[in-house]
Design a protein around this ligand. Structure first.
Ligand code: PEP
Ligand code: MG
Length: 869
């Protein structure tokens, strides 16, 4: 098997084999861009290595050496040469970008001899020894497992001794000294010297990078982003170019558009006289890229040209790493840039307008989770105006969060386990902090720029972040922030505004995200072509307004029982349930009808004639009964009874399995008065609203939990009669339909269809009854089922296609057999789940219905699968 590819042999399609970085280096080489020469060890080589081999296979070692020879030829340098030394970088790069999670080593090939040659050749001893100490440090950390702080502490100690503020103040002899100190650390910790043989260094480095596929932070990152564990990482071995060769050199990272806002234009940062990791790790705070335009205008122009050609070639915003060595530009990496949800939308909309993408292509770029992120909260403007700002940093990742500050990943995790909301505060984050970042509501760093680790990772996770907040003195050891005269300690509450970069003292209330315009535009593309409609599960005016704003085409499920829990209403409900005889029902039902009419009026007015399905009462009556002694006494007083009588009635209503008991349509069989009241309220209100408005409400009345054709026939006939009495001679179009929530109803759906104008699958109950899993208790064991692979996922979240899905398919076919053209929808939780929607949209149904905030992701998912002209 060929485990090694020259850059000139691959292409951007080969990300699985060459990793994202390797594939893109190959692509850029083919495009003739200034990419330093090199080759890639494939992900298959990594998988092979990790499959139990303790060391590199001889065959792979030979291959690597042969490719090094070829590289020597191309570069006119020698690996280990004491006149023209070739130095290489060894970088990880898997199929999916995992920024900073795996390892990289630079300046390989340096040793006590070649460092002198590099110093002579560049006439820059300071530079050569700086490179050598960097190699000693990285190799020590990544390959030999020596704690990085051993090296860093020595550097800090030395700089303090010399009174230096910056690394750039270090002179050649200072680095000489430090190189000796670093070599001493190897002896002290490992009892062996740093390997002087470049080939040996290279082999060890390759092994370490292969192994880094399985380090803890990489494993956590993969879990978080659902990246499979068996892909392995490729390793790129590439001739070094030096951004730290002097002040005509530098290194930087730039995006072709702003990754926070999506605005077009080069957005990035660079550092003069620095190597790549200085920018990425946030060790020094870099300058905005505009500075490069001033200091090296020609290089900047070339970079601009290359970045726009890369963006056009990849048809996506690019994140480009570059190095300038003595005014010569090199491109070290390009990839599709990570961005905020807001930027994703803006870039898609702009690229459609610029003709780079079609709408169909643009829609594929947006994921359901980006939609969710777009709806991120912002602080309440009134409270914000009154809030005390304590500092301002870079607005690295949008959103708003308040929480208790903690300074380490461990304490952040511990605090979330105690139920606290956490803001993680660090000088800068590194991949080791990932577990703390995952649990935090917000992240604050005092150092680093917009492309620092904290900024990139937070943006990817959709967690708000303020980076580079330099006025804060963050003391991770004492666990405190000093900010002017204020000191904030672990557990103190701060609020973070990732959209503006401001930090505030105390808690500020939040409002939902307000990127409506971007969302509306993209959803508009979807709605134009979507055949499957998206309705809302909503009954309160607030939820209905939100749903309509987020693109709902109608209401698929208004659960009327939610309307009976207000203080006055529940008391009437209880009186009704306690009635001794039918006569006693009358008065509380009349009162409830007045309330229901108010509710329906609001709903119909908001819906302005759009489809609106109102479900009649569903839960068992005991759910409305008093729970506490005090409530029982109050009810006794209100109904003129003894508390004991109430308790007795409560006992009568008690059921062993209430979800399988006297509820839904079964309740209506024995107590038709409730549905009568509801239907009258619906029809009277629709008539009144239609008289006053210039739209027409066509109420759809839905009966829950039907299992037999006979139940449906009975209730339909009865409700039709009640409605006719209300209508008298007035005209109103209305529909009566049913939910399909029991397996039996699926089997005989064609029979039910004789009496039903429409159907809605209640997959919550249908899943419960198909599996026999209680929807209230299955959480206790489903985790175990998934862990042991007995189930792929929780079937209440993602539709069980094999079982419940098959029942739905069968029922839909049964309904269509009747050729009545009944409307069919799905209104259980899975109606808002993208994965389930992908299955459901293949069926001949008319709509899915879900809670308001899930509507945009549902519209998007359907659009992604729809046919475009
Ligand atoms: C269902 O069962 O899927 C449904 C929508 O009804 P509810 O959740 O109210 O039982
Ligand atoms: Mg149900």
């Amino acid at each position: 098997m060929n485990f090694v590819y020259e850059f000139s042999q691959g292409s951007k399609e080969q990300t699985a084999l060459l990793g994202g970085k390797g594939a893109n280096l190959a692509e850029m080489t083919a495009l003739g861009l200034p990419v330093p020469n090199g080759f890639t060890l494939t992900t298959e080589a990594c998988i092979d290595y990790l499959a139990g081999k303790d060391s590199l296979q001889e065959e792979l070692k030979n291959d690597i050496q042969n490719h090094i020879k070829a590289l020597e030829k191309k570069t006119n340098k020698g690996f280990g040469s004491t006149s023209q030394p070739l130095l290489v970088s060894v970088r990880s790069g898997s199929k999916f970008s995992m920024p900073g999670m795996m390892d990289t080593i630079l300046n390989l090939g340096l040793n006590d001899e070649t460092v002198k040659a590099l110093a002579d050749k560049t006439a820059n001893g300071r530079f050569a020894y700086d490179c050598y100490r960097r190699l000693l440090q990285m190799f020590g950390d990544v390959v030999c497992g020596i704690d990085k702080s051993r090296f860093e502490d020595q550097l800090t100690f030395y700089k303090n001794k010399r009174n230096y503020q910056e690394d750039t103040e270090m002179k050649e002899e200072d680095w000489h000294y430090l190189v000796d100190v670093y070599k001493g650390i190897y002896q002290e910790v490992l009892h062996r010297p740093f390997p002087q043989n470049p080939v040996e260094q290279l082999f060890q480095a390759v092994e370490a990078v292969f192994r880094s596929w399985n380090n803890k932070r990489a494993v956590t990152y993969r879990r978080l982003h659902q990246i499979p564990d068996d892909l392995g990482t490729a390793v790129n071995i590439q001739e070094m170019v030096f951004g730290n060769a002097g002040f005509e050199s530098g290194t930087g990272v730039a995006f072709t558009r702003n990754p926070s806002t999506g605005e077009k234009g080069i957005f990035g940062e660079f550092l003069l006289n620095a190597q790549g990791e200085d920018v990425v790790a946030g060790i020094r705070t870099p300058q905005p890229i505009a500075g490069l335009k001033q200091s090296m205008p020609e290089v900047y122009q070339e970079f601009e040209r290359i970045s726009s050609s890369l963006e056009a070639h990849y048809k996506d915003m690019q994140d480009i790493e570059f190095t300038i060595e003595d005014q010569r530009l090199y491109i070290l990496q390009t990839r599709n840039g990570k961005r905020t949800a807001k930027a994703s939308f803006k870039i898609c909309i702009d690229m459609v307008a610029e003709g780079i993408l079609s709408r169909k292509e643009a829609l594929q770029r947006i994921t359901p989770s980006m939609v969710t992120q777009l709806l991120h909260p912002v602080f309440d403007p009134a409270e914000l105006a009154a809030a005390v700002s304590i500092a301002k940093g870079l607005p690295a990742s949008p959103g708003a969060a308040s929480g208790a500050i903690y300074f380490t990943a461990e304490s952040a995790k511990a605090a979330t386990l105690r139920g606290e909301k956490v803001i993680l505060v660090r000088q800068e984050t590194s991949p080791e902090d990932i577990e703390g970042m995952v649990v935090s509501e917000g992240i604050v760093t005092s150092r680093g720029g917009m492309t620092s680790h904290a900024a990139v990772v937070a943006r990817g996770m959709g967690v708000c972040c303020v980076a580079g907040c330099e006025t804060l003195q963050v003391d991770e050891f004492l666990e405190q922030i000093i900010c002017g005269e204020h000191v904030f300690k672990a557990g103190d509450i701060l609020s973070v505004d990732g959209t503006t970069g401001q930090l505030y003292r105390g808690t500020i209330s939040k409002r939902e995200g307000n990127e409506q315009e971007l969302l509306q535009e993209v959803l508009g593309w979807g709605k134009e072509i979507n055949e499957l409609k998206v309705f809302a599960n909503a009954e309160t005016p607030e939820d209905i307004k939100t749903a309509l704003n987020l693109g709902a085409d109608g209401i698929g499920l208004a659960r009327t029982e939610h309307m009976f829990f207000g203080e006055e209403r529940i008391s009437e409900m209880r009186k009704m349930i306690l009635a001794k005889d039918k006569r006693g029902l009358k008065e509380p039902l009349e009162k409830l009808k007045t309330y229901q009419k108010q509710d329906f009026k609001e709903i119909f007015q908001l819906m302005e004639g759009r489809p609106c399905t109102v479900r009649l009462l569903d839960p068992p009556l005991h759910e409305f009964l008093p729970r506490t002694g005090k409530e029982i006494e109050e009810l006794a007083a209100a109904t003129g009874r003894m508390p004991a009588q109430i308790r007795k009635r409560m006992d009568e209503l008690e059921e062993q399995n209430p979800m399988l008991g006297h509820r839904g349509c079964r309740l209506a069989v024995s107590l038709p008065e409730i549905y009568e009241m509801q239907v009258k309220a619906i029809v009277e209100t629709a008539l009144a609203v239609n008289r006053e408005q210039d739209f027409t409400t066509i109420p759809e009345i839905m009966i829950p939990l039907i299992s037999t054709k006979e139940e449906m026939a009975l209730l339909r006939e009865h409700l039709d009669q009640v409605i006719q009495e209300v209508l008298n001679s007035e005209a109103l179009e209305y529909k009566i339909g049913t939910m399909i929530e029991t397996p039996r109803a699926c089997l005989i759906a064609d029979g039910i269809a004789e009496y039903a104008d429409f159907f809605s699958f209640g997959t919550n109950d249908l899943t419960q009854l198909t599996f026999g899993f209680s929807r209230d208790d299955s959480g206790k064991f489903l985790g175990e089922y998934i862990e042991q692979d007995l189930l792929k996922a929780d079937p209440f979240q993602h539709l069980d296609e094999e079982g419940v899905g098959q029942l739905i398919e069968m029922a839909v076919a049964n309904i269509h057999k009747t050729s009545k053209g009944s409307k069919i929808g799905v209104c259980g939780e899975v109606g808002g789940d993208p994965q389930s929607i992908r299955f459901l949209r293949k069926l001949p149904i008319d709509y899915v219905s879900c809670s308001p905030y899930r509507i945009p992701a549902a519209i998007l998912t359907i659009a992604q699968e729809s046919k475009f002209e």
